[in-house]
Design a protein around this ligand. Structure first.
Ligand SMILES: *Cc1c(COP(=O)(O)O)cnc(C)c1O
Length: 220
């Protein structure tokens, strides 16, 4: 099942973006099934689950933290996490940098933007992001590399609204890339698109798709 779902998802994506298999709340066996088809990038939402899985699953897996991350939990994933998608505050950036230094590594992050028209989703807004990138703060965070931006669309059937939100993230990305950026900011990645809306995300320039239920089945 998982094997076939993964293969057909990959065939549809057809190399146009990277697939992050979102395996939250799924058992190790499910991840191994995907691993055995060649999947190496997995996304998790909960720190404790991420730590446990990373300890018992193959070491060449790249672990993506995609859920809201509390500052006091950064230390648990800092030694091994490959990319943190959900950085939504300066306080969190600062802590990731501190833990990166402690672990003598550079931690890759994405800055999460608030693109949804609904209020509930977290992230920086455009003004905050521009301010952060223009300030000298990022230059001081030498144990962080900002690879790009992340966004989540509103949960709605209205495809035009979803497209509008994805396209606003892409536009902002292109706008910022024209600026003089700190050395540790590259902005080559846009993480957007989930099971229900990844095709729309791809159409608007997504480079990383975070797909869970279409591969692993529904979660309870
Ligand atoms: C759960 C989750 C996903 C995957 O959702 P599906 O609808 O199962 O594909 C993607 N991104 C984030 C941030 C998530 O929490």
């Amino acid at each position: 099942m998982i094997k076939d779902n993964l293969k057909s998802t990959l065939a549809q994506i057809n190399g146009r973006a990277q697939l992050i298999a979102v395996s939250k709340k799924k058992p190790n066996e499910a991840l191994l099934e995907a691993y055995n088809v060649g999947q190496r990038d997995f996304g998790e939402n909960y720190v404790q689950e991420l730590v446990e899985k990373s300890e018992s699953l193959p070491k060449d897996i790249k672990w993506h933290m995609i859920g809201h991350l509390q500052t006091n939990k950064v230390k648990y994933i800092a030694p091994f996490v490959y990319l943190i998608h959900s950085v939504d505050s300066e306080k969190l950036l600062k802590e990731i940098n501190k833990q990166g230094k402690k672990n003598e590594r550079i931690i890759n992050v994405l800055l999460q933007l608030h693109i949804a028209e609904e209020d509930s989703k977290t992230g920086f807004d455009k003004t905050e992001l521009l301010e952060l990138l223009k300030s000298e703060k990022l230059d001081n965070y030498q144990n962080i590399k900002v690879l790009g931006l992340m966004g989540m669309s509103t949960f709605t059937e209205n495809e035009q609204q979803v497209e509008r939100e994805f396209s606003s993230l892409k536009q902002l990305n292109d706008e910022i890339k024209k600026e003089q950026l700190p050395k540790n900011v590259t902005l080559n990645e846009i993480s957007m698109g989930m099971s229900g809306d990844w095709e729309l995300a791809l159409k608007h320039g997504s480079t990383m798709l975070r797909i869970g239920s279409s591969i692993f089945g529904l979660r309870n």
